[in-house]
Design a protein around this ligand. Structure first.
Ligand SMILES: C[S@@+](CC[C@H](N)C(=O)[O-])C[C@H]1O[C@@H](n2cnc3c(N)ncnc32)[C@H](O)[C@@H]1O
Length: 300
Protein backbone atom coordinates (compact mmCIF):
# COMPACT_ATOMS: atom_id res chain seq x y z
CA UNK A 1 0.00 0.00 0.00
CA UNK A 2 1.41 3.39 -0.99
CA UNK A 3 0.27 6.04 1.47
CA UNK A 4 2.97 8.57 0.60
CA UNK A 5 4.79 9.71 -2.54
CA UNK A 6 8.29 11.01 -3.20
CA UNK A 7 8.51 14.62 -4.34
CA UNK A 8 11.93 16.26 -4.84
CA UNK A 9 13.55 13.57 -2.68
CA UNK A 10 11.04 14.20 0.15
CA UNK A 11 8.24 11.83 1.19
CA UNK A 12 4.84 13.51 1.05
CA UNK A 13 1.96 12.10 3.03
CA UNK A 14 -1.18 11.54 0.95
CA UNK A 15 -4.14 12.39 3.22
CA UNK A 16 -6.75 9.63 3.61
CA UNK A 17 -4.94 7.22 1.26
CA UNK A 18 -4.33 4.68 4.06
CA UNK A 19 -8.00 4.89 5.07
CA UNK A 20 -9.08 4.17 1.49
CA UNK A 21 -6.83 1.08 1.44
CA UNK A 22 -7.89 -0.14 4.92
CA UNK A 23 -8.63 -3.83 5.46
CA UNK A 24 -9.67 -5.38 8.80
CA UNK A 25 -7.04 -7.66 10.39
CA UNK A 26 -9.45 -10.62 10.20
CA UNK A 27 -12.67 -11.07 8.29
CA UNK A 28 -15.13 -13.86 7.55
CA UNK A 29 -18.01 -14.25 5.09
CA UNK A 30 -21.39 -15.06 6.62
CA UNK A 31 -21.01 -18.71 5.54
CA UNK A 32 -17.55 -18.95 7.11
CA UNK A 33 -18.77 -17.33 10.33
CA UNK A 34 -21.74 -19.71 10.53
CA UNK A 35 -19.57 -22.80 10.11
CA UNK A 36 -17.09 -21.55 12.73
CA UNK A 37 -20.08 -21.15 15.07
CA UNK A 38 -21.55 -24.58 14.27
CA UNK A 39 -18.24 -26.48 14.33
CA UNK A 40 -17.19 -25.30 17.80
CA UNK A 41 -17.27 -28.12 20.36
CA UNK A 42 -17.50 -27.64 24.12
CA UNK A 43 -17.13 -30.10 26.98
CA UNK A 44 -19.66 -28.10 29.05
CA UNK A 45 -23.01 -26.49 28.38
CA UNK A 46 -22.84 -23.13 26.58
CA UNK A 47 -25.42 -20.62 25.30
CA UNK A 48 -26.87 -20.64 28.78
CA UNK A 49 -27.57 -18.22 31.66
CA UNK A 50 -26.89 -19.48 35.20
CA UNK A 51 -29.03 -17.80 37.84
CA UNK A 52 -26.48 -17.72 40.61
CA UNK A 53 -23.61 -15.72 42.01
CA UNK A 54 -20.85 -15.38 39.41
CA UNK A 55 -18.04 -15.71 41.94
CA UNK A 56 -19.24 -19.18 42.95
CA UNK A 57 -20.38 -20.08 39.42
CA UNK A 58 -17.11 -19.18 37.68
CA UNK A 59 -15.25 -21.62 39.95
CA UNK A 60 -17.16 -24.49 38.27
CA UNK A 61 -16.05 -23.58 34.74
CA UNK A 62 -13.07 -25.37 33.16
CA UNK A 63 -9.64 -23.72 32.98
CA UNK A 64 -8.88 -21.64 29.84
CA UNK A 65 -12.35 -22.07 28.34
CA UNK A 66 -13.26 -18.44 27.57
CA UNK A 67 -12.26 -16.27 24.59
CA UNK A 68 -13.73 -12.96 25.72
CA UNK A 69 -15.27 -11.54 28.89
CA UNK A 70 -17.66 -8.60 28.98
CA UNK A 71 -18.39 -7.41 32.51
CA UNK A 72 -20.68 -4.59 33.61
CA UNK A 73 -20.62 -5.07 37.39
CA UNK A 74 -23.04 -3.44 39.85
CA UNK A 75 -22.06 0.17 40.56
CA UNK A 76 -21.73 0.16 44.32
CA UNK A 77 -23.93 3.23 44.77
CA UNK A 78 -27.12 1.63 46.08
CA UNK A 79 -28.83 2.41 42.80
CA UNK A 80 -32.18 1.11 44.04
CA UNK A 81 -32.49 4.06 46.42
CA UNK A 82 -31.66 6.47 43.64
CA UNK A 83 -34.35 5.56 41.06
CA UNK A 84 -36.32 8.83 41.56
CA UNK A 85 -33.16 10.81 40.87
CA UNK A 86 -32.73 9.08 37.54
CA UNK A 87 -36.24 9.98 36.38
CA UNK A 88 -37.26 6.37 35.88
CA UNK A 89 -40.78 5.05 36.10
CA UNK A 90 -40.43 2.26 38.64
CA UNK A 91 -43.31 0.35 36.97
CA UNK A 92 -40.91 -0.48 34.17
CA UNK A 93 -37.85 -1.27 36.27
CA UNK A 94 -37.50 -4.96 37.12
CA UNK A 95 -37.28 -5.53 40.86
CA UNK A 96 -34.36 -7.17 42.63
CA UNK A 97 -31.37 -5.29 41.18
CA UNK A 98 -28.40 -6.47 43.24
CA UNK A 99 -25.97 -3.74 44.15
CA UNK A 100 -22.92 -3.92 46.40
CA UNK A 101 -22.51 -1.64 49.38
CA UNK A 102 -19.75 0.88 48.80
CA UNK A 103 -17.76 -0.34 51.82
CA UNK A 104 -17.64 -3.87 50.34
CA UNK A 105 -16.87 -2.84 46.77
CA UNK A 106 -13.10 -3.33 46.87
CA UNK A 107 -13.36 -6.84 48.29
CA UNK A 108 -16.18 -7.79 45.91
CA UNK A 109 -14.24 -6.46 42.91
CA UNK A 110 -11.10 -8.37 43.80
CA UNK A 111 -13.12 -11.57 44.31
CA UNK A 112 -14.75 -11.62 40.87
CA UNK A 113 -11.72 -10.31 38.97
CA UNK A 114 -9.45 -12.91 40.58
CA UNK A 115 -11.59 -15.66 38.96
CA UNK A 116 -10.91 -14.36 35.43
CA UNK A 117 -7.26 -15.26 34.63
CA UNK A 118 -7.85 -19.00 35.18
CA UNK A 119 -10.86 -18.98 32.83
CA UNK A 120 -9.24 -16.92 30.09
CA UNK A 121 -7.42 -18.55 27.18
CA UNK A 122 -3.96 -17.19 26.58
CA UNK A 123 -5.21 -14.83 23.82
CA UNK A 124 -8.39 -13.78 25.67
CA UNK A 125 -9.35 -10.25 26.67
CA UNK A 126 -11.79 -8.67 29.12
CA UNK A 127 -13.92 -5.54 28.75
CA UNK A 128 -15.04 -3.96 32.02
CA UNK A 129 -17.56 -1.10 32.31
CA UNK A 130 -17.25 1.25 35.26
CA UNK A 131 -18.38 4.62 36.48
CA UNK A 132 -15.68 6.90 37.91
CA UNK A 133 -16.61 6.47 41.57
CA UNK A 134 -15.31 2.90 41.98
CA UNK A 135 -12.89 2.83 39.07
CA UNK A 136 -9.88 2.73 41.38
CA UNK A 137 -10.98 -0.64 42.83
CA UNK A 138 -11.27 -2.15 39.36
CA UNK A 139 -7.89 -0.81 38.21
CA UNK A 140 -6.23 -2.12 41.39
CA UNK A 141 -7.87 -5.55 41.04
CA UNK A 142 -6.73 -5.84 37.41
CA UNK A 143 -3.16 -5.02 38.44
CA UNK A 144 -3.23 -7.36 41.47
CA UNK A 145 -4.48 -10.23 39.30
CA UNK A 146 -1.85 -9.73 36.58
CA UNK A 147 -4.23 -8.55 33.88
CA UNK A 148 -2.65 -5.94 31.61
CA UNK A 149 -4.61 -2.85 30.69
CA UNK A 150 -4.45 -2.25 26.93
CA UNK A 151 -7.00 0.53 26.54
CA UNK A 152 -8.84 2.85 28.90
CA UNK A 153 -11.79 4.08 26.89
CA UNK A 154 -14.02 7.01 27.73
CA UNK A 155 -17.57 6.40 26.66
CA UNK A 156 -19.27 9.78 26.32
CA UNK A 157 -23.02 9.70 26.72
CA UNK A 158 -25.77 11.92 27.98
CA UNK A 159 -26.78 10.83 31.46
CA UNK A 160 -29.04 13.75 32.11
CA UNK A 161 -28.87 13.99 35.93
CA UNK A 162 -29.07 17.67 36.84
CA UNK A 163 -26.43 18.90 39.33
CA UNK A 164 -26.11 22.21 41.24
CA UNK A 165 -22.64 22.19 42.76
CA UNK A 166 -20.64 19.98 40.41
CA UNK A 167 -20.29 19.06 36.74
CA UNK A 168 -22.82 16.69 35.23
CA UNK A 169 -21.36 13.22 34.81
CA UNK A 170 -21.63 12.39 31.12
CA UNK A 171 -19.05 9.66 30.64
CA UNK A 172 -18.34 6.08 31.55
CA UNK A 173 -15.12 4.08 31.61
CA UNK A 174 -14.59 1.00 29.43
CA UNK A 175 -11.41 -0.92 30.22
CA UNK A 176 -9.86 -3.46 27.86
CA UNK A 177 -7.40 -5.77 29.65
CA UNK A 178 -5.67 -8.98 28.59
CA UNK A 179 -3.96 -12.01 30.07
CA UNK A 180 -0.98 -11.98 27.72
CA UNK A 181 0.00 -8.69 26.13
CA UNK A 182 2.11 -10.48 23.50
CA UNK A 183 -0.58 -12.83 22.18
CA UNK A 184 -3.99 -11.28 22.87
CA UNK A 185 -6.54 -11.27 20.07
CA UNK A 186 -7.50 -7.90 18.62
CA UNK A 187 -9.28 -7.47 15.32
CA UNK A 188 -8.71 -3.96 14.04
CA UNK A 189 -12.01 -3.64 12.19
CA UNK A 190 -11.73 0.13 11.75
CA UNK A 191 -8.95 2.21 10.27
CA UNK A 192 -8.54 4.65 13.17
CA UNK A 193 -10.43 3.41 16.23
CA UNK A 194 -10.17 6.05 18.94
CA UNK A 195 -10.42 5.59 22.71
CA UNK A 196 -13.33 7.98 23.09
CA UNK A 197 -16.68 6.46 22.16
CA UNK A 198 -19.89 8.32 21.58
CA UNK A 199 -23.03 6.24 22.06
CA UNK A 200 -26.36 7.28 23.48
CA UNK A 201 -27.99 5.20 26.21
CA UNK A 202 -31.13 3.43 24.94
CA UNK A 203 -34.35 4.47 26.63
CA UNK A 204 -37.13 2.19 25.43
CA UNK A 205 -40.23 3.75 26.90
CA UNK A 206 -42.77 1.32 28.29
CA UNK A 207 -40.47 -1.72 28.39
CA UNK A 208 -39.81 -3.54 31.65
CA UNK A 209 -36.09 -3.99 32.19
CA UNK A 210 -33.20 -3.94 34.63
CA UNK A 211 -32.31 -0.32 35.39
CA UNK A 212 -28.88 -0.40 33.77
CA UNK A 213 -29.07 -1.86 30.27
CA UNK A 214 -26.03 -1.27 28.03
CA UNK A 215 -26.70 -0.22 24.43
CA UNK A 216 -26.43 -3.21 22.10
CA UNK A 217 -24.09 -1.36 19.73
CA UNK A 218 -21.52 -0.79 22.52
CA UNK A 219 -21.47 -4.50 23.37
CA UNK A 220 -21.31 -5.45 19.68
CA UNK A 221 -18.26 -3.21 19.38
CA UNK A 222 -16.48 -5.08 22.21
CA UNK A 223 -17.32 -8.40 20.53
CA UNK A 224 -16.19 -7.26 17.07
CA UNK A 225 -12.80 -6.00 18.22
CA UNK A 226 -12.17 -8.73 20.79
CA UNK A 227 -13.32 -12.07 19.36
CA UNK A 228 -13.86 -14.37 16.36
CA UNK A 229 -17.01 -16.17 15.18
CA UNK A 230 -17.43 -19.40 17.17
CA UNK A 231 -15.72 -17.92 20.27
CA UNK A 232 -17.18 -18.15 23.77
CA UNK A 233 -18.16 -14.82 25.39
CA UNK A 234 -18.70 -14.80 29.16
CA UNK A 235 -20.68 -12.11 31.00
CA UNK A 236 -20.58 -12.54 34.81
CA UNK A 237 -23.29 -9.84 35.34
CA UNK A 238 -25.70 -10.40 32.46
CA UNK A 239 -28.54 -8.08 33.65
CA UNK A 240 -31.01 -7.90 30.74
CA UNK A 241 -28.97 -10.33 28.64
CA UNK A 242 -27.42 -7.72 26.31
CA UNK A 243 -24.10 -9.58 25.96
CA UNK A 244 -25.89 -12.88 25.22
CA UNK A 245 -28.02 -11.20 22.53
CA UNK A 246 -24.96 -9.50 21.01
CA UNK A 247 -22.96 -12.76 21.04
CA UNK A 248 -25.73 -14.89 19.51
CA UNK A 249 -26.40 -12.28 16.84
CA UNK A 250 -22.68 -12.22 15.95
CA UNK A 251 -22.13 -15.99 15.61
CA UNK A 252 -20.47 -16.19 19.04
CA UNK A 253 -21.45 -18.53 21.87
CA UNK A 254 -22.28 -17.11 25.31
CA UNK A 255 -22.40 -17.91 29.00
CA UNK A 256 -23.87 -15.60 31.61
CA UNK A 257 -24.46 -15.30 35.36
CA UNK A 258 -27.17 -13.29 37.08
CA UNK A 259 -28.26 -13.30 40.73
CA UNK A 260 -31.59 -11.65 40.04
CA UNK A 261 -33.99 -14.43 39.08
CA UNK A 262 -36.69 -11.79 38.40
CA UNK A 263 -34.87 -11.00 35.15
CA UNK A 264 -35.18 -14.53 33.73
CA UNK A 265 -38.23 -13.86 31.52
CA UNK A 266 -36.73 -10.61 30.15
CA UNK A 267 -33.46 -12.37 29.34
CA UNK A 268 -35.11 -15.43 27.82
CA UNK A 269 -37.40 -13.33 25.60
CA UNK A 270 -34.49 -11.21 24.30
CA UNK A 271 -32.31 -14.23 23.53
CA UNK A 272 -35.13 -16.17 21.88
CA UNK A 273 -36.14 -13.33 19.60
CA UNK A 274 -32.52 -12.97 18.37
CA UNK A 275 -31.56 -15.29 15.57
CA UNK A 276 -28.03 -16.70 15.24
CA UNK A 277 -25.85 -14.25 13.30
CA UNK A 278 -28.63 -11.69 12.70
CA UNK A 279 -26.30 -8.70 13.29
CA UNK A 280 -23.37 -10.19 11.43
CA UNK A 281 -22.02 -8.35 8.39
CA UNK A 282 -18.45 -9.07 7.20
CA UNK A 283 -16.30 -6.14 8.38
CA UNK A 284 -15.12 -5.27 4.87
CA UNK A 285 -18.78 -4.76 3.90
CA UNK A 286 -19.44 -2.20 6.67
CA UNK A 287 -16.60 0.30 6.39
CA UNK A 288 -16.41 2.99 9.07
CA UNK A 289 -17.12 6.65 8.32
CA UNK A 290 -13.46 7.56 7.67
CA UNK A 291 -12.93 4.65 5.25
CA UNK A 292 -16.19 5.38 3.43
CA UNK A 293 -15.22 9.04 2.89
CA UNK A 294 -11.66 8.11 1.80
CA UNK A 295 -12.93 5.49 -0.67
CA UNK A 296 -15.28 8.09 -2.15
CA UNK A 297 -12.39 10.52 -2.53
CA UNK A 298 -10.18 7.93 -4.27
CA UNK A 299 -13.18 6.44 -6.13
CA UNK A 300 -12.54 2.89 -4.80
C1 LIG B 1 -24.95 -3.15 35.77
S1 LIG B 1 -26.01 -4.53 35.71
C2 LIG B 1 -25.61 -5.32 34.17
C3 LIG B 1 -26.44 -4.80 33.03
C4 LIG B 1 -26.17 -5.51 31.72
N1 LIG B 1 -24.85 -5.21 31.21
C5 LIG B 1 -27.21 -5.16 30.69
O1 LIG B 1 -26.88 -4.62 29.61
O2 LIG B 1 -28.38 -5.40 30.93
C6 LIG B 1 -25.28 -5.61 36.88
C7 LIG B 1 -26.06 -6.90 37.11
O3 LIG B 1 -25.29 -7.77 37.94
C8 LIG B 1 -26.16 -8.48 38.80
N2 LIG B 1 -25.33 -8.98 39.91
C9 LIG B 1 -24.93 -8.34 41.03
N3 LIG B 1 -24.11 -9.11 41.77
C10 LIG B 1 -23.96 -10.28 41.09
C11 LIG B 1 -23.22 -11.49 41.33
N4 LIG B 1 -22.47 -11.63 42.42
N5 LIG B 1 -23.29 -12.48 40.40
C12 LIG B 1 -24.07 -12.34 39.28
N6 LIG B 1 -24.81 -11.23 39.03
C13 LIG B 1 -24.74 -10.21 39.89
C14 LIG B 1 -27.22 -7.46 39.17
O4 LIG B 1 -28.42 -8.08 39.61
C15 LIG B 1 -27.39 -6.72 37.82
O5 LIG B 1 -28.43 -7.29 37.05
Amino acid sequence: MKTSQTKGGKRTYIPHKAAAEFKPSFDWTKTEALSLFNDKLFTFEVDKIHFNDCITGMKDLPTECVDLIIADPPFGLNFGDMEPLYNRDSNYVAEGYQDIRIENYMEFTDKWISELPRLMKDDAGVWIFSGWTNLVDILNALRDNNLTLINHIIWKYQFGVFTRRKFVTSHYHVLFAVKNEKSYFFNKVEHYPEDVWNFKREYERGTRKNATKLPLEVVLRCIDFGSKPGDLVLDPFIGNGTAAVAAKGSFRHFLGFEVNQALSDIIEKSINKTSIGEFYIPYSEKPDELVRKARKKFKK
